[in-house]
Design a protein around this ligand. Sequence first.
Ligand code: COA
Length: 150
Amino acid sequence: MKRLGVEKIKKRIMQERQDLRRRLKFPSCRWFVRAGDEIVGTVSLHSIKRGDKVAEVGAMIGEEYQGRGIAARALGMLVDKVFAETDMRKLLAFVNEKNRASRRLAESLGFKKEGLLRRQLLVNGRPANEVVYGLLRNESKKRGQGFLAR
Ligand SMILES: CC(C)(COP(=O)(O)OP(=O)(O)OC[C@H]1O[C@@H](n2cnc3c(N)ncnc32)[C@H](O)[C@@H]1OP(=O)(O)O)[C@@H](O)C(=O)NCCC(=O)NCCS
């Protein structure tokens, strides 16, 4: 991984703030998720392929804040933002088959199951299947206000 000094990181964050199109020159971007005054997790856009106009999304919410609909709203906001501010055609989510919360999260946002990667992951040394979900631009529906920290 590339090593950056604090000043360079600050500069990069300021550049990235402008709008999402500019962020797409980086291979990945991450947003904090805020609930009230607390930062409770992150959502990310990564594996950005500008040529194909596809990227992957991910979410992580602190255990004590899970199950309150926070990821659904935050990831929903990110999906809306990507399709509104960029010409990305499709978003993907790769999810451990046994991770029911992540699978429900993807499905609740309209992602469709597109495939199964057999024994793709090693979880605590044990192979696990990974489900590939996809959401095309024209399948995405607009959602409400949310939790992304500015
Ligand atoms: C996956 C994760 C982000 C979900 O966050 P969350 O804020 O708890 O999710 P939400 O409350 O918005 O719930 C989203 C959906 O998942 C369901 N869900 C939440 N926790 C669940 C659980 N433990 N088991 C089954 N379903 C669950 C919710 O009911 C909801 O589905 P619905 O719309 O049909 O009701 C969170 O569990 C997490 O950070 N897990 C660890 C990291 C991870 O696996 N990231 C996913 C990589 S993409």
